[in-house]
Ligand binder design. Structure first.
Ligand code: AMP
Length: 447
């Protein structure tokens, strides 16, 4: 095979000998900075604990997948595949690749590839970045993070319900209120086929009221017309044939069984017959958790059944159901509702003025840390030891409860002064370094 010649990588600027041009992040892709990142970590920890309680196992799949996976999995006539994917050709071997716009397809690929369902179903969860080239706005980014949970290889409605209960439990735990659960059923492919024919006939009869996008999609994927946001088409969409009316006893019984479990657990929901979701892979149950507090991007979590996707991706037919929530939106909602912000301050801030004392001081701090105490050591930009006064200022700004002063007097006596920074009533104490660990124990019991 002839060697492919590589396209040249272009650079926007030649480095100047004096000052390098400042580079900034790609539009719609955010840095997650401290102290905000502490909220992310706290949420991730809660998610892990939640998943353990429901026996979901962690899975990590690549961020880049073959483009064909999403085209086949999500459906060719969907917003994501038509307009939003970051797809590219690998310069080295010509492979068609895409930054994952969602992770259900990737998980299904992995489950099939590694034959994970060989001895029964699998409950899985993931967390990570997804990429969609959408117009950035509040709650909508080009790189965003999802947490997802998927139960693969189980057909029963109790799995649909379990996943919804799990998300519901998470909102409660996070202190989020006012989230509405919207439910719908998309039925089975045969029922959708009949509904599709009825939809086409209906919209054809009103073709003059369709916008250009809807006219184009009418014969390709008429279900997509139902989630059009065009205000001029809303009355028309409202009166369109309903998928629910085309569903047989079996499909209805599945939905009823899911709803019965939700009701028995006191999980409120509303039926939304227009809820169709943005990907083609769903059947039977679909649902979204929606808030009115985040402006136009109010869906914080969405999911449903996808009993045919595993087969579509080349696996042995197996049913599946799952959801994903957007981490940015959930955190933003928590902020809007002032739900509990995690404490990020260290327990103690160490002040030391003599560089020669650092080996001793660092050893003392390590003892504290090994007992679970969070300790921050003062440090300066140029590596010099700052004055006692300026270190105290830093200690105060850090939010720490205690300053640990390793001054010249203390070090001469083999001791440390512990000063409470947040509680004026607590007297300053000088402790012998030999009894250091005992102090850590009293601190832990107070925390
Ligand atoms: P979807 O995969 O489209 O069902 O989305 C699941 C969840 O991911 C949504 O409910 C949002 O919370 C979140 N999400 C989807 N797209 C974006 C985006 N562009 N920016 C931020 N969050 C998003």
């Amino acid at each position: 095979m002839a060697r492919r010649s590589l396209p040249k990588l272009s650079m926007n600027s030649t480095p100047s000998p004096r000052k390098a041009e400042r580079l900034v992040a790609v539009k719609g892709m955010n840095d997650i900075l401290p102290p905000d990142s502490a909220r992310w970590e706290a949420l991730e920890e809660r998610v892990r604990a939640l998943m353990r309680r429901y026996a979901y196992e962690n899975i990590r799949t690549p961020i880049v997948e073959p483009t064909a996976l999403f085209v086949r999995g999500l459906g060719e006539v969907t917003d994501i595949v038509e307009k939003e994917m970051y797809s590219f050709e690998d310069r080295l071997n010509g492979e068609h690749l895409t930054l994952r716009p969602e992770n259900t397809a990737g998980l299904v690929r992995a489950v099939v590839e590694h034959n994970l369902l060989y001895n029964g179903g699998k409950r899985l969860f993931y967390m990570g970045p997804m990429f969609r080239h959408e117009r950035p706005q509040r709650g909508r980014y080009r790189q965003f993070y999802q947490v997802g949970a998927e139960a693969m290889g189980f057909a029963g409605p109790e799995l649909d319900a379990e996943l919804i209960l799990m998300a519901h439990a998470l909102w409660i735990e996070l202190g989020i209120t006012g989230v509405e659960l919207q439910m719908n059923s998309l039925g089975q492919p045969e029922e959708r086929k009949q509904h599709r024919a009825a939809l086409i006939a209906y919209f054809e009869a009103h073709a003059d009221q369709l916008d250009a996008e809807s006219q184009r999609r009418l014969h390709l994927n008429p279900l997509r017309l139902l989630d059009s946001k065009n205000p001029q088409m809303q009355a028309l969409i409202e009166a369109a044939p309903r998928l629910m009316d085309f569903q047989g006893e079996k499909s209805k019984a599945h939905l009823d069984a899911v709803l019965a479990i939700l009701q028995a657990n006191g999980v409120p929901f509303v039926m939304n017959p227009r809820l169709v979701r943005g990907m083609d892979y769903y059947n039977l149950t679909v649902f979204e958790f929606v808030t009115t507090e985040l402006g136009s991007q109010g869906t914080i979590c969405g999911g449903g059944r996808y009993d045919y996707l595993i087969e579509e991706v080349g696996g042995k037919p197996a049913p599946a159901v799952g959801w994903a929530f957007g981490v940015e939106r959930v955190l933003e909602l928590m902020k809007a509702q002032e739900a509990s912000a995690p404490a990020i301050a260290p327990d103690a801030f160490a002040i030391v003025t003599d560089a020669a004392a650092l080996p001793t001081v660092c050893a003392c701090l390590e003892q504290l840390r090994s007992k679970g105490v969070a300790v921050q050591l003062h440090a300066s930009l140029d590596g010099s030891m700052a004055s006692m006064k300026s270190q105290f200022k830093r200690a105060d700004a850090s939010g720490a409860r205690y300053a640990l002063v390793f001054g010249p007097d203390e070090l001469a006596q083999g001791s440390v002064t512990v000063k409470a920074l947040r509680d004026a009533g607590v007297a300053q104490r000088t402790l012998a370094l030999a009894a250091w660990s005992d102090w850590a124990d009293t601190l832990q019991s107070k925390a």
